[in-house]
Design a protein around this ligand. Structure first.
Ligand SMILES: [Zn+2]
Length: 98
């Protein structure tokens, strides 16, 4: 249960919104640029490989507020999370937090 649940946000969206309002240590582009530089590649190459930063809500004190993901995998992951949230009521007992 997150503070935004009452607004109708599902857990994943609420976590993203909360992370946004808590503020991030750097912008998305700064994070992606630093990641690419550490790997010795350009930002364009990073994006060409389908990688990009998405909000991270892990809560670690050293967290920059972003995580590097394969954007296609991440989109699939988010579709699954939304499907689980949307079907929660149809499968009582099937979800740990139902
Ligand atoms: Zn994190």
């Amino acid at each position: 249960m997150t503070p935004l649940s009452f607004l109708g946000f599902n857990e994943a969206h609420a976590a993203t919104v909360m992370a946004y309002f808590r503020g991030r240590a750097m912008t998305k582009e700064e994070f992606e640029r630093g990641y690419a530089e550490r790997g010795g590649i350009s930002l364009e190459q990073l994006h060409a490989w389908g990688r990009g930063a998405v909000p991270c809500d892990c809560g670690a004190p050293e967290c920059a507020g972003w995580q590097m993901v394969n954007l296609e995998d991440y989109a699939e992951h988010m579709r699954l999370i939304e499907w689980i949230a949307a079907t929660r009521d149809h499968f009582p007992g099937q979800h740990p937090s139902a």
